[in-house]
Design a protein around this ligand. Structure first.
Ligand SMILES: [Zn+2]
Length: 345
């Protein structure tokens, strides 16, 4: 799976699907490139026309894409012409690498500034926590955090796009606070982390009802608020939820823990046996994509990678592709192991 072709093809397909209704010309160009690339992978099946390929967007990926190509993604890309959950997930995961690289330089500047300031450690911690706890904000609230860092709101937040507003209301995921897309009949958070915690809804007589609890989710007046940029939501907020949970659980078990120590040398640092152990929390939709990322990590010291419990089945494989020095645990395994080490008797 060193071949970047699957990722590239999936990016083409999901981008084309997302554009079919809004920019047909651009979608067709992508479809043509995708049909040629798909044919290279499955020459025995003949060359599909762009239109035939577009029709397949309504079928589950597992029905027409070879498993080696579709990574862990399942389900159709379009439902009644509207991009599905799967399509959003793929776009976020495959595109966000580029988006992340764009925003990383700004985050690095914040880090560099904090590293030379005497109050930098606290300032950086407040900045990180602010992003995690404020997926949607009013501009006035941001000034307190961004002005001391010489940054502006629009480097981290975007205006909320119209398609996320229904009748002037926002419907935010109760887990992460991110606005869900209310245009779909089935309304869900784009994060598997949140869906695992039942962030799954359906419209019923203009009321948004939770599929598990049957409770209604009320909309909030959208107003003129801003939402965290997608790459920050994915790479800072979502793992941040796991980081905060880990820190809280470890503290409850009497384990000494620091969040984002020394201006972000790791996500959490735990003291045990007179040594420091660094922990990084990873909340990725595709374990395979995470595996590719981990393969390229250079670990100079022992470091634990912690993934959500619902990805437990992938721990063994992820461990097998990790370079020496990295160890993979689920959230529960990590808490159990560190508690045992802190209180051996
Ligand atoms: Zn969510």
């Amino acid at each position: 799976m060193d071949d970047p072709l699957p990722q590239y093809l999936l990016r083409l397909l999901s981008t084309a699907a997302s554009l079919t209704q809004t920019d047909r010309e651009a979608a067709l160009l992508l479809l043509r490139e995708a049909q040629a690339r798909l044919w290279r992978i499955t020459p025995g099946e003949g060359l599909l026309s762009a239109l035939e390929l577009e029709h397949r967007f309504a079928l589950p990926l597992e029905d027409w894409l070879p498993e080696s190509v579709r990574l862990d993604y399942t389900g159709p890309l379009l439902a009644s012409g509207i991009p599905t959950q799967t399509c959003s997930e793929m776009l976020l995961e495959l595109e966000s690498q580029q988006l992340w690289e764009d925003i990383q330089s700004i985050v690095k500047e914040v880090r560099d500034l904090c590293r030379i300031r005497s109050d930098g450690d606290g300032l950086y911690r407040r900045f990180r926590r602010f992003l995690i706890e404020n997926p949607v904000i009013e501009s006035v609230k941001a000034a307190v955090v961004f002005i001391p860092l010489s940054r502006t709101l629009n480097e981290f937040y975007d205006p909320i796009p119209e398609h996320l507003i229904a009748d002037g209301h926002l419907y935010r995921c109760p887990e992460c606070g991110w606005p869900m897309n209310p245009q779909r009949l089935e309304v869900q958070c784009d994060s598997a982390w949140c869906r695992d915690k039942h962030s799954l809804y359906r419209w019923d007589n203009r009321r948004l009802i939770n599929l598990v609890t049957n409770r209604e989710l009320k909309g909030e007046v959208a107003g003129t608020r801003y939402m965290l940029k997608g790459a920050l939501w994915k790479f800072t907020l979502l793992p941040g939820l796991l980081e905060l949970q880990l820190a809280e659980q470890l503290l409850q078990h009497g384990v000494e823990v620091t969040l984002w120590p020394n201006v972000d040398r790791s996500d959490l640092r735990v003291k045990h046996g007179g040594m420091d152990l660094d922990i990084d929390a990873k909340v990725w939709i595709s374990p395979r994509a995470l595996g590719h990322h981990l393969e390229s990590v250079r670990a100079s010291t022992l470091r634990w990678i912690v993934i959500p419990d619902y990805q437990q089945a992938h721990v063994g494989w992820l461990q097998s592709v990790c370079p020496p020095g990295l160890q993979v645990f689920t959230q529960s395994q990590c808490i159990k192991e560190l508690t045992k080490r802190a209180h051996p008797f």
